[in-house]
Structure formats: C-alpha cells, structure tokens
Ligand binder design. Structure first.
Ligand code: GDP
Ligand code: MG
Length: 388
C-alpha cells in the first residue's frame, strides 16, 4: 500500500521560469538533489523532469514536470515547464497557480526575450514574488555576472517587482548536481531565499471547491482521473462534484498528491481526482470540477485588457471590434468576440475596457485573469471586471 500524504508543513506552488537553455531543468534537478541529501526530498534526475509528455501518461502522476520537495519549513510543488508554449498555457493563464517563481537567468547570456516575457506575464497573472537564480555562475566571470545582476534587478523593477529587494542568488545547477559543495551551498541559499522571501499566500479553503482540469488520464483498473491545482475550497473522498463543460455530476472516489493518497485536498494542493463512472473522453483540459451548483458558467463579460506592445511580442497593428482571438481562461482555451464599444480601437501598449462574448460557456467571475492569444503568440492579458 502507498503511504498517505501527511500535511505537516504549509504547502506552496512555485516554478522555474526564464529563457530556454538558461538551466531551469538542471536547477530543478539540482534542488531535488540537495534536498534528498538533506533527507527531505527525493532526487529527480534531469531526464525524468524533461521527458516527453506521452511517457508521463502512465501512472497517477500529477504532471510530467512537477516535482515535490520539502525544506525545513515548507512543502513545495515545483513546476518546470518544458517549453515556452507551456509557459503561456500554464503560467500565463494562471493554471500553474504559482505562489512564487524562480527566475533562472544564465550569467553568461543575461536577459533574453523569454526572460522578459515571463516576467511580464508573471506580473499579469498575479505572481507577486520572484527570486532570481543567476545560473551558470561556475562558468561566468564576476564582472559580467555583476552586470547581469544589475540588468535583472532593473527588469524586475520595470515590472513592479521591486528589483532592489529581490533576492538574487548566484548558482550553478550543473555543479550542484555533481555534488560540488560550493554550489550545493548556493542552491541551499536559493532555497532559504525562497522560504523567507515568498510569503505563504491566503488560501480560501472554506469557499466552494473548484479545480480547473489540467490533464485527464486513465488508470487501468481504476477509471478516469483528472489532475490540476485546487483553486479554492476543500474536497474529500466521497464528495459529489459537477464537471462543468462535460455536463456531468459524479463522485470523487480517490484523491492523490504526488502518488500519495489523501483524505481531503484543499486550495493550493496539486492533486489527482478519481471520478466515479466517468468516461475518459467525456472530460477535457479546460473543464472545471466544482462543488455541485456552486458555479454557473457564462460567456459574456466586461474586462480590462492590456494589449501587449510589439516589443513585448504582441501585435504591431491595432485591435478593433469584431476581432476574434483565443481566450486562455484558467486551463480553458476558448474563442471569443471582442467589442470595444466607444473606444473603437486598441493599440499595442494600450489598456482598454471591452466586452467579450465567448464561443461557449465557462465558469467566470470578476477578478479572474486571462490571456489573449492569436496565431501562437500572446497579444493581450486581462481581468474580468463584470459578468453580463
Ligand atoms: P532549460 O532549457 O532552461 O531547462 O535549460 P537546461 O537545464 O536544459 O540546460 C541547458 C544547458 O545548459 C544544458 O546543456 C546544461 O547542461 C547547461 N547548464 C545548465 N545549468 C548549468 C550551470 O549551472 N552551469 C553550466 N556551465 N552549464 C549549465
Ligand atoms: Mg528545461
């Protein structure tokens, strides 16, 4: 039998972000190595974090690129998203629900386009705390690394993160993985910085249960499992739930976090939910599991939207009424019509109020964040202001 999950420490969700090849996955593996040496985690090698999604469909894993570990004071779920597109889908839409982020910047290369884009998008979706890992410090020279540090602090300040106060730790994921004490010490320092700098967020455990579905899996002999992070509320084995989008009402017959069974899951937990008598194809990413009757999906709302500038990877031309991009709302990806009303035109770099009519009903509420995408790039980020 599997060992049950015991909730002894506060749980937080964090993740690595930053430009491709700056060492996010190496650092993630190094963190698990350092903590397994300390006895509060299990070492997860690089190629188990960075593997292809198909291989992960087996077993009741939460997500291919999630690892868990504990420091002395906290339990963390850490997501290392494999590619840039995964950031857009998971982080930018809020699906990853990060309480804090580790911005990985190569000391050799400095800020690159995805470094800046991830910081911008983290701000848009309400990630309030960023700790910087200046990686590859083993290979860089000190003067250049000093310059990169200045540059990163400026980038953070530019996006409202208070770059002067943010912890910036020089690390080498690669050398720490090899067990070099100087660099395992640096990873320890990074973990201490995360423990102290990223505050424990408020969790709405008393609200009605809601979980946006990230993945759907079949566990042979057990049935259909959905995975994701609990956005709010609490769920117990035996609870009735609605699967919004699928039009199903069912019962949660099993709950796990990182392969460990649990009796109840609460806001902030990364979990797998086994659903009674549910067909695998009936449920999809983007659906929402919620306490029965607690949410009524809808499709028309007003929103405040920031249209990304061309420099931020956005459009070069203005948006007008009738524009029909994709809306990334929680884990859902839905087409929607934009009506700009009197404003008529929104230029790249503008913040505007507009009305949206989605192609289908999804659970919506004031304050909910979303991203707008078109042809594979992010062109806007917004917040729902009211439902119509
Ligand atoms: P990701 O794309 O950000 O996940 O980057 P990876 O973790 O896959 O690393 C990209 C490359 O940088 C690999 O060849 C790593 O071996 C190398 N690398 C990662 N961390 C370090 C480091 O601390 N020092 C050095 N010298 N190389 C590193
Ligand atoms: Mg990687």
């Amino acid at each position: 039998p599997k060992t049950a999950y015991v909730r002894t420490k506060p749980h937080l969700n964090i993740g690595t972000m930053g430009h491709v090849d700056h060492g996010k996955t190496t650092l993630t593996a190094a963190i698990t190595k350092v903590l397994s040496d300390r006895g509060t985690g299990t070492f997860v090698p690089f190629d188990r974090i960075d593997r292809a999604p198909e291989e992960a469909a087996r077993g009741i894993t939460i997500n291919i690129s999630h690892v868990e570990y504990e420091t002395d004071t906290r339990h963390y779920a850490h997501v290392d998203m494999p590619g840039h597109a995964d950031y857009i889908k998971n982080m930018v839409t809020g699906a990853a629900q990060l309480d804090g982020a580790i911005l990985v910047v190569s000391a050799l290369d400095g800020i690159m386009p995805q470094t800046a884009e991830h910081v911008l998008l983290a701000r848009q979706v309400g990630v309030n705390h960023i700790v910087v890992a200046l990686n590859k410090a083993d290979a860089g020279d000190d003067e250049l690394t000093d310059l990169v540090e200045l540059e990163v602090r400026e980038l953070l300040t530019e996006h409202g993160y208070g770059g002067d106060a943010a912890p910036v730790v020089r690390v080498s994921g690669l050398r720490a993985l090899e067990g070099d004490p100087r660099w395992t010490g640096a990873v320890e320092a990074l973990l201490d910085a995360i423990d102290t700098y990223v505050p424990m967020p408020v969790r709405y455990t008393d609200a009605p249960f809601l979980l946006p579905v990230e993945n759907v899996l079949t566990i042979t002999g057990r049935g259909t499992v959905v995975t994701g992070a609990v956005e709010r509320g609490t769920v117990r084995v035996g609870d009735r739930v609605d699967v919004l989008g699928a039009g199903i009402e069912t019962v949660v017959t099993g709950l796990e976090t990182f392969g460990k069974p649990m009796e109840s899951a609460e806001a902030g937990d990364n979990v797998a939910l086994l659903l009674r008598g549910t067909q695998r194809d009936a449920v999809r990413r983007g659906h929402v599991v919620a306490a029965p009757g607690s949410v009524v999906p809808s499709r028309r709302f007003t929103a405040q939207v920031y249209v990304l500038s061309a420099r931020e990877g956005g459009r070069t031309t203005p948006v007008t009424s009738g524009y029909r991009p994709q809306f990334y709302i929680r884990t859902a990806d839905v087409v929607g019509d934009i009506d700009l009303g009197e404003t008529a035109v929104a230029r790249p770099g503008d913040t505007v109020t507009l009305t949206v009519e989605l192609g289908r009903d999804v659970p919506l509420e004031a304050g909910l964040g979303f991203a707008i995408r078109e042809g594979g790039r992010t062109v806007g980020a917004g917040t729902v202001t009211s439902l119509l």
